[in-house]
Design a protein around this ligand. Structure first.
Ligand code: SF4
Length: 459
């Protein structure tokens, strides 16, 4: 097992049987399930909308080479500056260089899965850039030097008391503040940062080929606040966010906020940026950093490329029984949950072998996915690829070979149950399965033995 795989197993053992953690995850799951069907009922024909969305994304992939160049051309003619980054290192370096060249000191950043993926925050901090995360959930996590546990509800793993304790240490407030008071402290700190910031880093939901536009959705208003007054705006976006035309957002944006399970049930702010802000108050420079970082590799994969149509609505991990048991941190991946499991294949078969097991094939995620992605099939495909590359774990291979041999012959199979029922074997298996789980007890007699003894007694 790789080092990552070993750490993963240890972390799973710590959380999967922690009742406090499971209670938080269960509350989160119940909240989602209670509103999810209702959200979908807002559409007269949700299935039709899902297939329209799929066709749009598929078209973008089909003509990628041309559409990306169209986006770049249109974006530049709108007055923006476009940069291309092959991988995480290049993207981080590029952003740091822009900030240095533009002599910006105070930077505000908004939520971005891609920024998490490339490790942008720790990199900028290491380079001594004063950068503040402005998404409330992410802001809370960063106070504890933690990464968000969930792409949509970053601080879902924390209790109010834990947050109050952290705020007390960081901002010198009382450690028994209510949720409302904690929000007010957050706003006060962030408002001060917005006023003094001279650069903003945001992500983007979509980039549009036919107009060169950048489309951003959010539910807190922090993107608008971040870019309102800053002289530099850097949009960090993956090349997979490309869509062919501006009309396509009428289908994709409502679907991307379909399961936004806050009380308002939808994202509140949609921003379409055409060109850098230029008025009497600000003369902005707008950089678009287009990042590949293995996306083209993923698009080359005939089946798994389907996951790149994901619009990050968060439904799949919200319903996934595996995610709802282990939580987001254990994946140690910027895309935790089912999407991350599939995307991890680009990190190499060995690196992703431990993640490929994280699916029970219950198909819940597919029921809710607004892009109709065949998620569990794709995870299965990863498993097949990993097995073909012979990256399965040695212990797993031995057990499977043992079982395969036994099931080939009925007599051998009958003997297996005695073997499995033996105490010492159970103890051995517990080491892998965990001390909290019991192996099922096999019946004393198999069906064939029962059948034989029945016939014998009748005869
Ligand atoms: S099919 Fe797999 S990935 Fe999807 S919800 Fe079930 S366990 Fe999770």
């Amino acid at each position: 097992m790789t080092e990552k795989g070993t750490i993963f197993s240890q972390n799973v053992k710590q959380v999967a049987f922690n009742s406090e953690h499971l209670e938080k995850m269960r509350a989160r799951y119940n909240f989602f399930i209670n509103v999810a069907e209702d959200c979908a009922n807002h559409y007269a024909n949700i299935e039709l909308e899902k297939s329209r969305a799929f066709n749009i994304r598929n078209k973008a992939f089909k003509y990628y080479d041309k559409l990306l160049v169209d986006f770049e051309t249109n974006c530049i003619s709108n007055g923006c500056l476009v940069r291309w980054a092959r991988d995480a290192e290049e993207a981080k370096q590029m952003i740091y260089n822009i900030l240095s060249d533009e002599k910006t000191k105070n930077v505000v950043k908004t939520k971005s899965s891609l920024a998490e993926e490339i490790g942008l925050m720790p990199y900028l901090e290491m380079k001594k850039v004063d950068v503040t995360e402005t998404d409330t959930g992410d802001f809370i996590c960063y106070q504890d030097n933690e990464r968000p546990s969930d792409p949509n509800h970053s601080a879902a793993h924390k209790t109010k008391a834990e947050i109050a304790e952290t705020f007390s240490e960081k901002f010198g407030v009382n450690n028994d503040l209510s949720a409302k008071q904690l929000m007010s402290v957050t706003r006060k700190v962030l408002n001060n940062k917005y006023l003094n910031a001279n650069a903003a880093i945001t992500g983007a939901d979509f980039i549009v080929a036919d107009t060169g536009n950048i489309v951003i959705s959010e539910d807190e208003g922090n993107v608008l606040k971040s870019i309102a007054n800053t002289k530099v705006h850097i949009v960090l976006v993956g090349i997979d966010k490309l869509i062919p035309t501006i009309d396509d957002i009428s289908v994709l944006l409502p679907l991307s906020s379909l399961y936004e399970v806050t009380k308002i049930k939808a994202k509140s702010y949609f921003t379409i940026i055409n060109s850098p802000a230029k008025d009497e108050f600000v003369n902005q420079k707008l950089y678009v950093v287009l990042v590949d970082n293995n996306r083209s590799k993923m698009l080359e994969k005939e089946q798994q490329r389907r996951i790149m149509t994901c619009i990050e609505c968060g439904a799949c991990h919200s319903v996934c029984p595996v995610f709802n048991t282990i939580g987001g941190h254990v994946y140690d991946n910027s895309y935790p949950g089912p999407v991350g499991v599939i995307r991890s294949i680009v990190n190499g078969y060995e690196e992703s072998a431990h993640l490929a097991t994280l699916c029970t094939s219950c198909h819940q995620c597919e029921h809710y996915c607004p892009m109709n992605i065949n998620i569990s099939d794709l995870i299965l495909k990863n498993r097949v690829d990993i097995a073909k590359e012979d990256c399965s774990l040695l212990g797993e291979k031995r057990v499977l070979n043992f079982i395969m041999k036994r099931v080939e012959n009925r007599k051998d199979m009958d003997k297996t149950k005695e073997f499995i029922n033996r105490l010492e074997l159970k103890q051995l298996i517990k080491k892998t399965w965990g001390v909290h789980r019991e192996l099922p007890v096999f019946a004393e007699q198999s069906f064939s033995e029962m059948w034989r003894s029945m016939n014998e007694s009748e005869g």
